[in-house]
Design a protein around this ligand. Structure first.
Ligand SMILES: *[C@@H]1O[C@H](CO)[C@@H](O)[C@H](O)[C@H]1NC(C)=O
Ligand SMILES: *[C@@H]1O[C@H](CO)[C@@H](O)[C@H](O)[C@H]1NC(C)=O
Ligand SMILES: *[C@@H]1O[C@H](CO)[C@@H](O)[C@H](O)[C@H]1NC(C)=O
Ligand SMILES: *[C@@H]1O[C@H](CO)[C@@H](O)[C@H](O)[C@H]1NC(C)=O
Length: 587
């Protein structure tokens, strides 16, 4: 339960974002840019704490399962045997065991090895993999979504152009390719699988992302609602709720190795969108206890701290903080290689914590979290209070207040409405930068980032430009104040983020995937939707313009490659994005 604000003067009035009219339907995947503007060199962000006392190597860690630990040893042997060329470490931790773990461990130990390293002759390793494991991905099987029809009644009524309509229907048909259920063996022998036995069918992102993901599911659900697939949408939510029931929060994804971190918390937003389309009160009623449970996870010690402003008011704010300080099993070989530049085990543990916490942010990886954008080892995510996370939690509180009222629980509704007022005030005090007309991430500069109370210093705002600086638009934080909306829109137009084919993630080209020149659909969608509902005619026109730039490049890329891509180069029409640690995902 959120604490009520301690001092009534610290509690300002806010509007209710649910009072705003939702914009008309966006096409699937929020399909929504290029300019010859020189890439601005980013100013260095504020420095992170120099010597954290408990630092980010402190805090909880839950132990790995024997299966994950074993698969990581297989992964490491595979890298040495097959080499780093197109090596995907995730493949090995996704392998389903076909024989008992002790037998597989004994056979692995008996493999011939070269004296140096741990390389096994490729033929022996391949034979071992074939004898003891099923194929990666065979733990999920195709499922026919029962509410899929090739052309749903009332599908995108405003899309009339025959070619665009045909494309939209092709994208719509991809739901059938992406719907999966857990294979029977996962339920029968869960100890043989890293896949978690979710109760119902899910829609997966595709490629190496073979399982359900947390924040991706929000946009998958938005698309399913456009496709009128209400039951499939509810089913995804019910699966995520089953994770809250088992773990107390929604995991990053439905694998045992994702169980020590979450992802941007959008569960309440999924339920809100489904409720708006279906009016299903029973669904809301059943989901509410899980939303309360998830809220208490984000409201817990590791994710929460207090910043005291110049008027003596305390602001509760939240950060990403994974319960993990070792290499991420799905990318262990990569994380270890970066950590090899660090000498002490304390520094390595701190780095691993930052890596996993960055994965929790959904923005893995980005100069946004790095004190030196040339070095991944300078990730400082646990010392950063992110704008978007705090906006998502504000929205969670408003949604809970709305749902509680709907089901007749006025006391919960009142508590959460009060908490949301305090949080809106915190967002204004900590993140808002009036000169820039943006909301900026806040860096904790104290030497101790796990202290619970910090003194506000506006010099700790990171003035670099990221698309996340505009995410508060999405929940209509400014909607009661047109001067703010106008200021933010002008600031956005001048920011350099808007390019010929969409909104860039940042202004620095670091080769990290959440940086320039990559554009990501979720960021396009949240900013477009925010501008469209700001109440300003000019902002609505801008929203349509951005949507068109994005849709144009998605369309061209689809026509050229036959697939939808997870990210696009916002400077080149039809070009998908690059950078990052894995082969880009496509659908
Ligand atoms: C994280 O914690 C769980 C216990 O909740 C454990 O089973 C799992 O293996 C841990 N995750 C990793 C990455 O090993
Ligand atoms: C989707 O599935 C259909 C039918 O199985 C297949 O023909 C099509 O190639 C698949 N599309 C993609 C992009 O995988
Ligand atoms: C802010 O929190 C501190 C403890 O961290 C407390 O002493 C102080 O009274 C609080 N201020 C207000 C205005 O509640
Ligand atoms: C960041 O790292 C680069 C490359 O090692 C170095 O040249 C530069 O001085 C560093 N920048 C800062 C602000 O420390």
């Amino acid at each position: 339960m959120p604490a009520p604000p301690s001092d009534p003067r610290c509690n300002h009035h806010v509007h209710d974002p649910h009072a705003t009219t939702p914009m008309s339907l966006l096409p699937l995947y929020a399909v929504l840019l290029l300019l010859h503007v020189a890439v601005a060199m980013a100013a260095p962000p504020p420095s992170p704490p120099s010597s954290p006392i408990c630092g980010s190597s402190g805090g909880p860690v839950k132990e790995s399962t024997p299966l994950i630990a074993f698969l990581q040893r297989v992964q490491s042997a595979a890298l040495q045997t097959f080499g780093s060329n197109s090596f995907d470490p995730k493949l090995y931790v996704d392998l389903p065991l076909q024989r008992a773990l002790p037998a597989a461990q004994a056979a692995f130990a008996a493999l011939p090895r070269s004296s140096r390293g741990g390389a096994v002759p490729a033929a022996d390793l391949n034979r071992f993999l074939g004898d003891y494991f099923g194929a990666a991905g065979s733990d999920m099987v195709y499922a026919e979504p029962p509410d899929f029809v090739p052309e749903p009644e009332g599908f995108l009524p405003k899309v009339e152009h025959p070619e665009v309509r045909a494309w939209a229907l092709e994208v719509h048909s991809l739901w059938r390719n992406l719907t999966r259920r857990v294979a029977d063996d996962v339920r029968a022998r869960p100890e043989m699988h890293t896949l978690l036995p979710l109760p119902g069918p899910v829609v997966v992102p595709g490629s190496r992302f073979r399982e359900v993901y947390y924040w991706d599911s929000y946009w998958i659900i938005r698309g399913l609602l456009v496709s009128k697939m209400y039951n499939t949408a509810k089913c995804i939510v019910n699966n995520l709720i089953s994770l809250v029931d088992s773990y107390g929060y929604v995991l990053n994804g439905a694998r045992a190795y994702y169980s020590n971190r979450s992802q941007p918390p959008l569960l309440s937003s999924m339920i809100m969108e489904i409720y708006k389309k279906t009016g299903d009160l029973e669904f809301v009623k059943k989901s509410l206890p899980s939303l309360l449970k998830e809220h208490s996870f984000w409201d817990s010690e590791i994710h929460k701290l207090t910043i005291k402003d110049g008027h003596g008011c305390n602001h509760t704010v939240n950060r990403y903080y994974a319960m993990w300080n070792k290499p991420r099993p799905e990318s262990a070989t990569i994380d270890e290689s970066f950590a090899s530049a660090l000498s002490s085990s304390h520094d390595k543990e701190k780095f691993y914590r930052e890596v996993a916490s960055t994965a929790e942010s959904g923005w893995d990886f980005s100069s946004r979290w790095m004190s030196n954008s040339s070095h991944l080892t300078t990730l400082a995510t646990t010392s950063i209070i992110p704008v978007d996370l705090n906006v998502f939690i504000l929205k969670m509180e408003l949604d809970i207040a709305f749902f509680a009222k709907l089901v007749g629980d006025n006391s919960i509704s009142k508590t959460f409405l009060e908490a949301s007022h305090a949080r809106e005030d915190s967002i204004r005090s900590i993140f808002w930068n009036d000169e820039m007309g943006q909301w900026l991430d806040y860096w904790l500069k104290d030497s101790n980032n796990c202290k619970d109370s910090h003194q506000l210093d506006s010099g700790n705002q990171n003035q670099n430009i990221f698309a996340s600086n505009f995410i508060p638009l999405w929940i209509g934080i400014h909607a009661s104040d047109h001067t703010i909306a106008q200021k933010v829109m002008n600031s956005f137009k001048r920011s350099g983020l808007l390019r010929a084919f969409g909104i860039a993630t940042s202004l620095s080209n670091t080769r990290q995937q959440w940086d320039f020149p990559n554009g990501w659909a979720p960021l396009q969608h949240m900013i477009v939707e925010g501008l469209a509902k700001s109440g300003l005619k000019e902002a609505r026109i801008l929203a349509e313009d951005i949507a068109e730039r994005w849709i144009r490049t998605n369309y061209v890329a689809y026509k050229q490659s036959g697939v939808m891509h997870e990210k696009y180069d916002v400077e080149a029409c039809g070009e998908f994005g690059g950078g990052g640690e894995y082969t880009p995902q496509t659908t």
